[in-house]
Design a protein around this ligand. Structure first.
Ligand SMILES: CCCCCCCCCCCCCCCC(=O)SCCNC(=O)CCNC(=O)[C@H](O)C(C)(C)COP(=O)(O)OP(=O)(O)OC[C@H]1O[C@@H](n2cnc3c(N)ncnc32)[C@H](O)[C@@H]1OP(=O)(O)O
Length: 129
């Protein structure tokens, strides 16, 4: 792992970048990376909300480095704000390169998830604990 930078947040999801997720040049599609970050946000926010959540918005997405076939993608999440019905998370995706012992930040973004009730309407996020 690179000495100068470390992931922020809790490791929420790990998965492997496969050939079917790549474009013709061999780089993994940004949409696939975003989908993994969305899933990680859903897991973390769903646990905090103790129920169903949806993605309301994604802000400040930055694709800093490509993901390559064979990389392990590690997604870290940190809850930065809990509103009435929304949960805001900083989400970082780091690639563990297949043939090198390095972990590099590839993408970061801010996700806003909203807790829903059984009727699909926004519902208050319960107090923690
Ligand atoms: C025990 C259980 C364990 C669980 C373990 C779970 C594991 C399971 C993992 C599943 C992982 C799936 C993760 C994929 C999740 C999708 O991909 S969901 C699909 C994509 N998203 C959608 O289809 C959402 C479609 N949009 C909507 O349904 C509605 O616009 C929304 C988001 C519910 C908001 O409805 P609304 O009527 O505008 O509601 P409103 O009361 O005005 O606002 C509600 C809150 O949303 C905020 N908001 C609304 N729009 C925005 C926006 N554009 N930007 C930012 N915030 C916004 C408001 O500020 C407000 O926040 P609070 O002040 O209450 O904190």
């Amino acid at each position: 792992m690179n000495e100068t930078a470390k992931p922020s947040g809790e490791l929420t999801l790990r998965t492997l970048a496969m050939p079917a997720d790549a474009n013709a040049a061999g780089d993994i599609f940004g949409g696939w990376v975003m989908a993994q970050m969305d899933l990680a946000s859903g897991i973390r926010a769903g646990e905090r909300a103790q129920g169903r959540v949806v993605t309301a918005g994604v802000k400040e997405m930055a694709f800093e480095l490509p993901v390559k076939i064979g990389d392990t993608l590690n997604v870290y999440t940190e809850i930065t704000r809990v509103g009435r019905t929304s949960i805001t998370l900083n989400v970082e995706a780091w690639a563990h390169r297949a043939r090198h012992r390095v972990l590099e930040k590839v993408t970061a973004g801010t996700f806003v998830m909203v807790a829903l009730d059984d009727d699909g309407k926004p519902t208050p996020v319960p107090t923690e604990g």
